[in-house]
Structure formats: structure tokens, C-alpha cells
Design a protein around this ligand. Sequence first.
Ligand code: NDP
Length: 244
Amino acid sequence: MNNRVALVTGASQGIGRACALLLAQHGARVVAGARQVEKLEQLVVEIRAAGGHAAAVPLDVTSEESISTAFRQAEAVFGKVEILINNAGITRDGLVMRMKRENWDAVIQTNLTGAFLCIQQALPGMVRARWGRIVNISSVVGEMGNPGQANYVASKAGLIGLTKSIAQEVASRNITVNAVAPGFIQTAMTEALDEKARERLLPLIPLGRMGTDLDVAHAVRFLVSDEAAYITGHVLDVNGGLRM
Ligand code: NDP
């Protein structure tokens, strides 16, 4: 990663944490952002102990002010953000007929508007540097739909549209914008699934298992690498074959 500065949102746990660790292992200087700062500090200790470079910044992607402060802090420590991983995400599941407006808004604001605002912060520096990598963490359900998750699915499908539009806007500046669409990955987010749901789900996955956070992180690492320089506007499925 050539000492590139990589900001990962939602790096306190799960997929974001795995991305931060892997990018640091590959030589990126990682800025880990999330609301649970203690967890970020532990991650930074872990990265530094392994000889990597990392810093923690408090970040709430639902607040424009917090996003702008986090980017200024990142810049002060390592310089302009060159790689942005929009990973922060939440679910507030429920059937549409009963979905509360606040649960619709919270999910769209965190998963979609948060990513948009982070991209707006990152782009000027990338445009000036004539180099940049943006990866948005979408979801297999953003491609398929999922009953009970209309707000989440809308946000994840929105991220795919955002990815393809921005990829076209900034391609001439040597900035690539891609999405990763994970399937069912073992993290706190899917721990909420009950045993019955798991039993229903597993036979639908040709590879016969849930994914790991590292399975997703490897795809992210590839998309931000020099080897992926000619890939933009792509949605990379990491789903064990759940959707082909
Ligand atoms: P987790 O719930 O384990 O992690 C979510 C992360 O998002 C946390 O680090 C959390 O940090 C952060 N986050 C949530 N809200 C905010 C906020 N307002 N500001 C900043 N950070 C925030 O979930 P996963 O690791 O599983 O999910 C990571 C991403 O992957 C999400 O976008 C999710 O939608 C997506 N995904 C996950 C799948 C799965 O099966 N697990 C499948 C497909 C996609 P903190 O609370 O510290 O702020």
C-alpha cells in the first residue's frame, strides 16, 4: 500500500476492523473512525504492535460536523486521505407497513448519506493528487431485496448507484470507486439472527458457510491496491455463491 493514508469508517469492530488490520498489514497508514473510541484505541495498539501505522479518530457518520472534524484530524496525523472505505452501517429491521419513520431515516442517514458525506470530504484531496480509491460496503441484499429490511436494502442499493455515478465523475482523475457486496458474514450484525434463520440460510449458500470479516477485507484490499487500477464502478460479490 506504499504508505497510503486509508480512512476506514466503522472500524471499531467486524468488517471495518478487519479491513483496518489488513490494510495496515499491507503497509497503509490507517485512520480508524467510529463512535466507540476505546475499541479503536485497542485496534491502534494492535496495529502498532505488529509494526504498522494507525490512528484513531472519533467519528459519527450521521453528523456532518463529526465527519469534517475526523477528516481534518486524519490529515493532521498522516496527510490527505487517499483511500476511503465506507463501511459504517446499521440495521433497523421491520416490515414496511409497520416501519417507523425514525428507523427509515436512521438507516439511510448512516449507511447512505454518511458515505456520501465522507466521499465529499475525501474527493478534493484525491482529485488534487490525481490518485484515489473509494470502496463502499454494500450488501447482497442491495442487489436482491430482502423482506423486513426495506430501509437497509434501499441504503445498500443506493450505495451501488452512488458508486457507479461517482466512478464516472472522477475516473478522469485516476480515482476508482467500487463497491463490495458481502453476503452473510459472521459479525455482531448477524449474531442477532436466530437459529431458525441460520438453518434456513445455510443451504442457500453454495460454499456452505457464512463468510468471515477477513473474507470481505481481502476483497477490499484488492480493490484499493495498484493491481486493481483498471477496475472502477464494479460491485464485487463476496457471498459464497448466495447470489450469482
Ligand atoms: P457491526 O455491527 O459489527 O459493525 C458496524 C460498524 O459500524 C461498527 O464499527 C460501528 O461502530 C459502525 N457504525 C455504526 N454506526 C455508525 C456511525 N453513526 N458512525 C460511525 N460508525 C458507525 O457490523 P458488520 O461489521 O457486520 O458491518 C459492517 C458493514 O458491512 C456494514 O455497512 C454492513 O451493512 C455491511 N454488511 C454486513 C454484512 C454481514 O453479514 N455482517 C453483510 C453485508 C453487508 P461504532 O458503534 O463504534 O460507531
